[in-house]
Design a protein around this ligand. Structure first.
Ligand SMILES: Nc1ncnc2c1ncn2[C@@H]1O[C@H](COP(=O)(O)OP(=O)(O)O)[C@@H](O)[C@H]1O
Ligand SMILES: [Mg+2]
Length: 283
């Protein structure tokens, strides 16, 4: 089934496929995110979620199909990643990718790089215009950090490695915001966080969305998905298997099978004696 384009459409795909040799990581995917939405992608490990982000950012070549940006449906397949950034899509990674020896502020300035006009010669002679541009960039970076209150702002001149894990993940989000995107892609933003940190990041994501950013996120943490996502899309084997409200998707038999089926089948196959032994060990 193809997606029906709407005037509010931010991103859409049609028949999107990515194969690695014989493995179909993303297969025939029709997908859309509307302007202003928070959409969550769920699915078991290996179901193609991160590959989908890598295709949107054109970090992987698309095997076939299309990715469109905006209601005017501008095809972005084939564009270099920096152009995708410049068109307003920015992402975080499943595993942290900060410059840990740079300061918190410098990490945000890196995210703003495409907005600065510095070139090699002007950097060497450092004219007044460049100094002014740097000062303005620094002010904007501090402003972005202030989005997270004092948490990052008070640490702005400290190296990124001195931040707590949760604040390092926040810094990644700050760097994404600093690139002035329309659509932000968050890959497992609360992976490894405790329930309190998760709740705080949930409210950060809601505030980001209320500030006008469209959010597409991948997440395993169902507290976060239930709490923030207006729409949930479930993947399995690179395909969309369900879509709709959290309750609708999570009660879908195919989704339950994708998450639990293999586990329970596996459990069924284990010999009785092994099950008994493990029960005894855990008691
Ligand atoms: N660069 C790659 N080369 C080969 N296989 C890959 C590559 N990236 C992902 N895959 C495979 O594609 C499938 C989907 O992976 P991924 O998108 O990372 O899943 P998810 O994020 O849903 O856990 C997996 O089987 C994975 O091993
Ligand atoms: Mg992943």
């Amino acid at each position: 089934m193809t997606e029906t384009p709407t005037t509010a459409q931010m991103l859409s795909t049609e028949g999107l496929c990515k194969s690695f040799g014989g493995l179909r990581a993303v297969h025939n995917l029709n997908f859309h995110v509307d302007d202003g939405e928070i959409v969550a992608i769920i699915g078991p490990n290996g179901s193609g979620k991160t590959t989908f982000f890598n295709l949107i950012m054109q970090l992987y070549d698309v095997t076939s199909g299309s990715i469109y940006l905006g209601p005017e449906r501008r095809e972005i397949v084939g564009l270099p990643t920096h152009r995708i950034n410049a068109l307003g899509i920015s992402r975080t990674f499943q595993t942290l990718r900060l410059f840990t020896n740079l300061t918190v502020l410098e990490n945000v300035l890196v995210g703003m790089n495409r907005h600065l006009s510095t070139n090699y010669w002007s950097a060497l002679v450092r004219p007044e215009s460049l100094r002014l541009e740097e000062k303005e960039a620094e002010e904007r970076a501090l402003d972005t950090l202030s989005f997270f209150g004092e948490r990052l702002l008070s640490m702005c001149n400290e190296p990124a490695h001195s931040l707590s894990y949760a604040n390092r993940r926040r810094l990644e989000i700050a760097r994404v915001l600093a690139s002035d995107p329309k659509l932000i892609l968050l890959d497992e933003p609360v992976a490894g966080m405790n329930p309190t940190e998760t709740r705080e990041v949930m409210s950060d994501i809601e505030r980001i969305n209320e500030s006008g950013y469209t959010v597409l996120l991948i997440e395993h943490d169902m507290t976060l998905v239930r709490g923030v996502a207006g729409r949930v899309v479930a993947f399995d084997h690179g395909q969309k298997i369900a879509e709709g409200s959290f309750d609708h998707v999570c009660s879908d038999p195919e989704v339950i099978e994708a998450y639990l089926g293999r586990q329970s089948n596996h459990a069924k196959k284990r010999p009785r004696t092994a099950r008994k032994r493990s029960r005894r060990r855990s008691s």
